[in-house]
Ligand binder design. Structure first.
Ligand code: 3NM
Length: 213
């Protein structure tokens, strides 16, 4: 799948660790989110995940069926082998994950994303031609990630986004009630875990994350 920056508008990330290990719940929420207008999905099995590799593969395959059905680009977090095995649309890595040069070498024709947190990291990412997008965060405090960096706030997001030559998605503590403020920076989209997982009205949540209503 070819990348277009509009696909960053509402980028949902989830793994079994975000739903207390309840895989059926994870699959249901991803289907609801796809049905209601997310523009990209990342399967991120990390932090406190307890799935075996075989279980992770089974979940990844089921999520592939759903994202394919709704035509939502499907990204795998930091697992080149899994991404290749299920032929996902792309791969995302953080600064301490698989090195971006290796990802690029091993994943031709895939969507490639990299997390950044500082001006230096954004500048380094600018030198990586084959990168499709960067994540910038955490914007606000978040409970959804272990070893998370300090929140940078909207002014710093603005500074980092201005510096980036790649499309960028803001991440970390973004909710339907602060998304509009985040989008004043003209960043290409918002990425969330908990706001969609905890939502009682996913359609409305996604709409608000797009800056509407
Ligand atoms: N990466 P929530 S923050 C996966 O700063 C992730 O790179 C971050 O979850 C980063 O929307 C984060 O629930 C967690 O705050 C985002």
């Amino acid at each position: 799948m070819k990348f277009a920056k509009e696909q960053l508008a509402v980028y949902f990330i989830a793994g079994s660790q975000n739903v207390g290990g309840d895989v059926d719940k994870l699959i249901q929420i991803v289907e609801d989110a796809c049905k209601n207008g997310i523009t990209m999905f990342q399967y991120r099995e990390k932090d406190k995940s307890t799935l075996t590799d075989a279980e992770k593969l089974q979940v990844a395959i089921q999520l592939k069926e759903i994202t394919t059905k709704y035509n939502v680009p499907y990204i795998i977090d930091d697992d080149i082998d899994l991404m290749k095995e299920i032929n996902a649309d792309g791969i995302h890595v953080g600064q301490d994950d698989t090195k971006i040069e290796r990802v690029i070498a091993e994943c031709p024709n895939k969507i490639i994303g990299l997390s950044t947190h500082t001006l230096d990291e954004v500048r380094a990412a600018n030198n990586v031609d084959s990168l499709d997008y960067i994540g910038i965060g955490p914007i606000f405090a978040t409970q959804s990630k272990l070893k998370v960096k300090p929140a940078i706030g909207i002014d710093e997001l603005n500074r980092l986004y201005q510096e980036s030559t790649h499309p960028a998605v803001a991440i970390g503590g973004i909710k339907e009630d602060n998304a509009k403020a985040v989008l004043t920076t003209n960043v290409d989209g918002v990425s969330v875990i908990s706001d969609i997982i905890d939502s009682s009205d996913i359609q409305q949540t996604i709409n608000r994350l797009k800056g509407n209503a």
